[in-house]
Design a protein around this ligand. Structure first.
Ligand code: HEC
Length: 140
């Protein structure tokens, strides 16, 4: 009997530890994915300034475009189930309309890959549309 009780106790303690870790990880995850999105925003704004000749820093366009290509790979994985939070601007539909969310994420990934291969005003605009089409329904 004692053995069963101690196994039970260990199991419960294990669960408590796991959920405490999950709570901490979730805060970190929300911060992390907002940083990823802020990087998206910064790289897009900087690329736009170069493409529109507002700055003469052409050498950085290719690396920025490549960074965007890498950044947007499988971005949906940064929004796992249970990662809603008061600190997050992700709407509940991220999880309740998962197939739509993942389709828009894949679309952005494809558009970012095209921009990375051949950065131009056109491939930039296509990517920018892909960002907006997700924010429209999935972000506060
Ligand atoms: C598949 C959906 C999706 C795509 C595609 C997407 N985003 Fe987001 N974005 C979100 C969601 C959801 C949030 C809110 C994240 C949070 O607060 O947890 C967000 C947040 C942001 C933020 C605010 C970050 C902050 O600090 O709160 C910026 C800036 C941003 N996105 C830029 C972009 C840009 C630029 C692109 C395209 C290159 C892009 N996003 C593509 C869904 C998307």
């Amino acid at each position: 009997m004692n053995r069963i009780l101690s196994i039970l106790f260990l199991a419960i303690a294990g669960c408590a530890t796991l959920s405490a870790q999950a709570a901490v990880d979730n805060d970190d995850l929300v911060k992390y994915r907002r940083n990823l999105m802020d990087a998206n925003g910064g790289l897009m704004a900087a690329s736009s300034a170069i493409l529109q000749n507002k700055v003469s820093d052409k050498a950085r366009l290719a690396p920025f475009a490549q960074a965007l290509g890498n950044l947007n790979r499988n971005i949906a994985a940064q929004f796992p189930k249970g990662s809603a939070s008061p600190d997050s601007d992700a709407l509940p539909v991220v999880w309740s309309k998962r197939a739509d969310f993942e389709r828009l994420a894949s679309n952005a990934e494809a558009k970012a890959a095209t921009f990375a291969k051949a950065p131009s005003m056109k491939s930039y605009d296509d990517l920018s549309e892909a960002c907006k089409s997700c924010h429209k329904d999935f972000r506060k």
